[in-house]
Structure formats: structure tokens, C-alpha cells
Design a protein around this ligand. Structure first.
Ligand code: PLP
Length: 361
């Protein structure tokens, strides 16, 4: 066999808990005596229906999703929701507010413009997306059909530390890269969506949480597959759902529960991020450009003053058993994505490595 498992700091798809992978492996050819893999069974079978129902119930319980909300398990990735959100929601007034704080909210903003009058309620572009706008910097339109933001900016390493107060305007939030890392008051939101491949499951599943009263307002040309109402009426099974990923999410949720749920995870992930930021801030060579009160606990971006030294760091980190520490091409430098499944030990070892590199260069 090849090398041991590495500490994988990929921004997504990213690490899954080893216990989850081992359990999936042990069940891969014969799930609970069914004589087949979850990958091979009908999505209409009793065995799969139970996996689906249990996963949905676990998600509701652990993420504290109130009764007035549907939990959908869809395909298409978070990016499909960039179109689905306006198509389903903008019909009320024809207008929506967007906060653009990084790459994915910028794409969502451009996509939404095809469907209505989209107002830029806030942007952090003036300081290269190194901060999150404060509440009093949001230019909110009380007639907006919804307010849109991205909770954690995966590429720029910033994270909203508050939920915007938008009055009666529903909030739509892309939580792809920080869902399940901390408790969320779901009742403050209209729609929450997240691609699974950062913090939940393998790529191929998108979790969409929709407040009941917001469904059924889609624009007339909305594809059936993008209509919240279709998917709510069919409990995500209008067509074949991403069965394997839903099963994997169930296993991840069991693992999360053992860690104390999102409350337990919040303490763990915050400890990991603190350790890493403290190490960077205390170093001679490394800096993090993100303003302190906007730093992400999930994606830590940092760099030296020289591109050559950054490249040397990345190269040596691979030899030391870490992978995917190279920053996104649009930002450069380094990025350590430390989602739920990254063990504390992985971050401790990375900090040791950073300190040693700092001393020797
Ligand atoms: C990765 C990511 C996306 C894109 O997700 P896909 O599932 O690939 O469409 C969108 N938003 C955020 C915040 C992300 O981190």
C-alpha cells in the first residue's frame, strides 16, 4: 500500500472523519444485511427510505431546524442555488439585496441579476475582501424580496460574526463552508443552503433549508427541478436524490453527535483556529491580511512577504505530510482549510511546522 493518510487542508472536497470512512467501508458491499450497497439500492426502497428519514431527522435535531422549515437533499451543488434562490423568491417584489464579500457571493450576485432588480447592499471589494461589513454599513431596502449573503468566504478567509438584522426581509444564506461548525438560529433565516463537500459529506449533495411560507412563489419559468415547491411536495424525491451522499451525511451526523453536536464542534473548531492564527501572528515571516474581527474559523489564509518563500513553504509542507496548503489562485499565499473533520492534532502539527519554518528561513 502507498503512504499513510495525510493531513489534508483542502478547501473542498475536503477531509471526512476517518471513523466515518471506516464505517462506510465496512458496509460498502452489504448494507445492514440488505445484500447490497447503498449505492445499488432503489431510492424508493424501504431500506433507503429509512436512511433518508433518519438522516433528515438527525439533521433537524442537530442543526436545531424548527418545525416551520423543510430540509431538502438536492443535487446541483451550491452554485445551482445561486439561480434557484432568485427564481423562487424574487417574485414577491422583483427586487433583492446582496452583500458581496468574496468570490461565491459575487457569482451569486451576477447570477441573480438575470431574474430581477438586484441591489448591492454591501461590498468588501474596496479592501480586497479582507473584512466583513458591519450592520450599519448594510444599505438595506425594506422592499427587497430577500437579503443574500455568504456566511463564510472560503477563498478570502472571512466569516460573518453576526446575523444581519434585515427587519421583515427574509435572509438567504450560503453556508457551504461553515455549516455544522457552530449553532445557528435557523429562525432568523428564510433559506439556508450548503454544498456538502466542505463540512458534511462527499460532493454531490446540497442541503437546502426553506421556511415553509417562502415556497410556492417561484417565477413561472422556473424549472421543475429548481422549484422549492416541487422538492418540498416530493420530499426531495421528485427524481433520484444523491442517495450515497445522503447516507454519508447520516454517518457524519452520528460522528458530530459524538463530538457534542454543533455546540461541541464550535468549541473544538474555535480552538483549532485560535491556535493557528496565534502561531501566524506570533511569527516573523507570516501574516494574515484578514482583519481580526472578520477571520474565518474554517479557512485560514496566510502568506510570507515573498512568493518564492510561499512556494518553498508549500513544497516543504508536502514532504512533511500536509497537502493542499497552496492558496487559491485568485489570492495566492497559503490557505489551511480546517473544517470539522480536521483533527486537532493536524492543526497542532501544522503550527509546529510553521514555527520551524519561521525559525529556519
Ligand atoms: C464551494 C463553495 C460553493 C460552490 O459549491 P458547489 O457545490 O461546487 O457549487 C459555493 N459557496 C461557497 C461558500 C463555497 O465554499
Amino acid at each position: 500500500m502507498g503512504k499513510e493518510r495525510v493531513y489534508n487542508f483542502s478547501a473542498g472536497p475536503s477531509m471526512l472523519p476517518l471513523e466515518v470512512l471506516e464505517r462506510a467501508g465496512s458496509e460498502i458491499t452489504n448494507y445492514e444485511g440488505s445484500g447490497m450497497s447503498v449505492m445499488e439500492m432503489s431510492h424508493r426502497s424501504k431500506v433507503f427510505q429509512k436512511i433518508f428519514d433518519d438522516t433528515q431527522a438527525k439533521f433537524r435535531r442537530l442543526f436545531h431546524v424548527p418545525d416551520g422549515y423543510h430540509i431538502l437533499f438536492l443535487q446541483g451543488g451550491a452554485s445551482t442555488q445561486f439561480a434557484a434562490a432568485p427564481m423562487n423568491l424574487i417574485g414577491s417584489t422583483g427586487k433583492a439585496d446582496y452583500a458581496v464579500t468574496g468570490n461565491f457571493s459575487s457569482i451569486a450576485y451576477k447570477e441573480a441579476k438575470k431574474y430581477g432588480a438586484i441591489h448591492l447592499a454591501a461590498s468588501s471589494e474596496d479592501r480586497n475582501h479582507t473584512y466583513i461589513p458591519a450592520q450599519d454599513q448594510l444599505e438595506l431596502d425594506p422592499e427587497a424580496s430577500y437579503f443574500y449573503y455568504c456566511a463564510n468566504n472560503t477563498i478570502y478567509g472571512t466569516e460573518w460574526q453576526y446575523v444581519p438584522d434585515t427587519g421583515r426581509v427574509p435572509i438567504v444564506c450560503d453556508m457551504s463552508s461553515d455549516i455544522l461548525s457552530r449553532p445557528v438560529d435557523v429562525s432568523k433565516y428564510g433559506v439556508i443552503f450548503a454544498g456538502a463537500q466542505k463540512n458534511m459529506a462527499p460532493a454531490g449533495l446540497t442541503v437546502v433549508i426553506v421556511k415553509k411560507e417562502l415556497a410556492g412563489r417561484e417565477l413561472p419559468y422556473t424549472p421543475l427541478m429548481l422549484s422549492y415547491k416541487t422538492m418540498i411536495d416530493k420530499d426531495s424525491m421528485y427524481n433520484t436524490p444523491p442517495c450515497w451522499c445522503i447516507y454519508m451525511l447520516g454517518l457524519v451526523l452520528d460522528w458530530l453527535e459524538e463530538k457534542g453536536g454543533v455546540e461541541g464542534m464550535e468549541a473544538i473548531k474555535h480552538g483549532k483556529a485560535r491556535m493557528l492564527y496565534d502561531t501566524i501572528d506570533a511569527s516573523r515571516l507570516f501574516t494574515c491580511a484578514v482583519e481580526k474581527d472578520s477571520r474565518s474559523d474554517m479557512n485560514v489564509v496566510f502568506r510570507t512577504a515573498s512568493e518564492e518563500l510561499d512556494a518553498k513553504f508549500v513544497k516543504e509542507s508536502v514532504d512533511a505530510g500536509f497537502t493542499n496548503l497552496k492558496g487559491h489562485r485568485s489570492v495566492g499565499g497559503m490557505r489551511a482549510s480546517i473544517y470539522n473533520a480536521m483533527p486537532v492534532e493536524g492543526v497542532e502539527k501544522l503550527c509546529d511546522f510553521i514555527r520551524a519554518f519561521d525559525k529556519n528561513n
